[in-house]
Structures are given as C-alpha cells and as structure tokens.
Design a protein around this ligand. Structure first.
Ligand SMILES: [Mg+2]
Length: 160
C-alpha cells in the first residue's frame, strides 16, 4: 500500500484568482509549493490531485482546456522532480446536474484509493475549501484546511 497526500488544485497548487483557471497563461504555481512537496516526498508520500472543474458543466471551458492545463501542471511537477501520480477532475456542477464525484462528495478519491491501493489511515487531503476536507473525511483520509494561495510549509506540522 502507498501513502498519499491528495491535493486540491486551485488555491493549493496554482493561485486561486477567484475565478476559473483554464488557460496555461493564468496557471501560476503557488509560492513554496514544491519546497513543501519535496519534504513530503522525502517522508514517502505520493501525490494525487482531485479537483472540481464545474466550469465545464457551465460551458465556460471544455475538457480539452482542462487537459492542456493539466499537461502543463504535470510539466511543472516534472521540472521540480516531483512525481504527480494522477489527476482526477469532476466536470459537473450542482446547478446543472447531480453527481457523486464533485467535492464534498468522494467518488474521485475512492477511485484513486482503489486504483493505487492507498492506505487511507496514513493519507491526507490538503485543500483550501471546507468541501475538500469533507471529501477527504468521507473517504477516510485526514483533511487539512489551508488558506488559499498560502505556503504549504505552514501546514506540514499537521502531517506525520
Ligand atoms: Mg481550491
């Protein structure tokens, strides 16, 4: 089994501008992200991103926009020599449809947990929204609420 730090995307990995991020030009890595992830990597954690992308449902952008942004994110991780194991996103939005993958629901976490044989008792979900923490807890991992765009290192004392 592996231990994982699940990461929300907007506000944790890239700067949350208060609006949807679907263009590479606007995808800016949060200060100190990779320094924090390196410490976690040394402790044996792997990383999986779980993100709500309800802008797809609202037709603000499409799956291809998300794929391009996620390819770019993967490149940034590679440059920092951090492996990003997988990225899951929910394209739905409650204003248009019901689903069980949009956080605070936990389907995407549960898929990742099953696929990668994740030890939930030693795993965490880091997010800047209450719904991230709730999704994590629903899937049996400890949730850590961070301030949007804040340095990850400020929260690492909550991780063993
Ligand atoms: Mg967020």
């Amino acid at each position: 089994m592996i231990k994982v730090v699940f990461l929300d995307r907007d506000g944790v990995i890239n700067l949350e501008p208060g609006d949807y991020t679907f263009e590479i030009e606007k995808f800016k890595i949060v200060d100190g992200l990779f320094e924090g992830l390196k410490i976690l990597k040394e402790k044996g954690y792997q990383f999986i991103v779980i993100t709500n992308q309800g802008g797809i449902s609202k037709k603000v952008y499409n799956h291809n926009n998300v794929k391009l942004v996620h390819n770019y994110m993967q490149e940034k991780f590679q440059q920092a020599k951090i492996d990003l194991l997988d990225v899951y996103y929910c394209p739905h939005h409650t204003i248009n449809e019901k689903c069980i993958c949009r956080k605070p629901d936990s389907l995407l976490l549960e898929k990742a947990i099953a696929r990668y044989d994740v030890d939930t008792s030693r795993s965490y979900f880091i997010g800047d929204s209450r719904r991230d923490v709730l999704a994590g807890e629903k899937a049996g991992v400890k949730g850590i609420l961070v301030k949007s765009n804040d340095k990850l290192i400020n929260y690492l004392n909550q991780i063993n």
